[in-house]
Unconditional design. Structure first.
Length: 331
């Protein structure tokens, strides 16, 4: 009887999954849809923990959340940005696994149940799943890759940066946290999380509905916002480069491959946003000083191989400057 009581207590204080929802100035029905998508899962109240971190919204959603009673934990902080809000959720979380969910997104039941089944039946540190902007939630026969390490995955595949695309164990997370005060914080966080994961399961299940917000930071094109974005991206590159020099060789290769991809993403953004040969020249000079340009020849996917070859020649860069902004505008 004592053992049974002890096990029950462990289950109550250590749920299987903690869902960390970050919220800021969104319609309350949208937040409720997000919460309801979690409550609709097969997890019992003892198996789940839902933490809503309000990042200092102008109007608290508390009145709209009273209906959930003890099903959720609501935390309000002074506005400090997404990184601070997620770090607050991590600080409170008791779950064996963690799942970040943005308040304007939600989980798709059948596909996410597949992810839950993986952590219930296999000893994995992380489940990597897919996204969709479609609300269709049809059942599928999902295709899963053989389990592998996070480092092995990064060496062979492109990763999605957003931290919401991973269901991961709190043990794997350890002391890792988001850098506060920057944009593109996921670009720094996610590769570090992956190399910590010894066993990951990768599935094509589209388990997460992503709402493309019209006022996302990626849509900001004014000069001040662009300079902030580019400064933060180069800061991420600096910190990942510093990390790469201090970790084992296999992990280093994975991080360096990701650094090269992020560098190419940065060059691409300078071309399509600045549309200036001088801006591109200054960008490449900065990257050269950091040892990140010319771009190294690694085992990239085809689009990165193509972009690397074009970017490493003056003729290719001239073509990119003329074509990429037009392609971006057409989309």
């Amino acid at each position: 009887m004592q053992n049974q009581q002890a096990n029950t207590q462990i289950q109550k204080t250590n749920p299987l999954v903690t869902f960390i929802i970050t919220y800021y100035n969104l319609p309350i029905p949208m937040l409720c849809e997000c919460i309801n998508s979690i409550l609709s899962l097969s997890l019992s109240s003892d198996e789940r923990e839902i933490i809503v971190v309000d990042d200092g919204s102008e109007i608290s959603p508390m009145n709209g959340l009273m209906q959930y009673g003890t099903d959720i934990l609501y935390v309000r902080q002074n506005n400090g940005g997404l990184s601070m809000a997620r770090n607050k959720g991590i600080e409170i979380a008791k779950g064996q696994y963690l799942q970040f969910v943005d308040a304007d997104d939600h989980l798709l039941k059948d596909a996410y149940e597949h992810c839950l089944n993986i952590i219930k039946t296999k000893s994995v540190d992380m489940v990597v799943f897919d996204f969709t902007s479609s609300t269709t939630n049809a059942k599928h026969a999902y295709n899963d890759l053989p389990v592998m390490s996070g480092t092995e995955y990064m060496l062979k595949h492109n990763i999605h940066a957003t931290a919401c695309g991973y269901l991961f164990s709190s043990r794997t997370l350890g002391a890792l946290r988001f850098t506060q005060g920057i944009w593109h914080e996921d670009e720094e966080f996610t590769p570090q999380l992956l190399i910590r994961a010894e066993i990951i399961a990768v599935t094509n299940a589209k388990a997460y509905y992503y709402y493309k917000h019209p006022h996302s930071i990626t849509t900001y094109s004014d000069e001040k916002s662009l300079n902030k974005r580019f400064k933060d991206i180069t800061g991420v590159l600096d910190r990942l480069t510093y990390l790469a020099d201090r970790i084992p060789q296999s992990d280093r290769q994975a991080i360096q491959r990701r650094i090269a991809q992020l560098t190419m993403d940065y060059i691409y953004q300078v071309i399509v946003q600045k549309r200036s040969s001088q801006a591109l020249k200054e960008c490449l000079a900065e990257l050269t000083n950091k040892g990140l340009f010319p771009l190294p020849d690694k085992n990239y996917t085809q689009k990165y191989q193509w972009f690397r070859r074009m970017t490493n020649s003056s003729f290719g860069r001239a073509i990119l400057l003329n074509i990429l902004p037009l392609m971006k505008r057409e989309r």
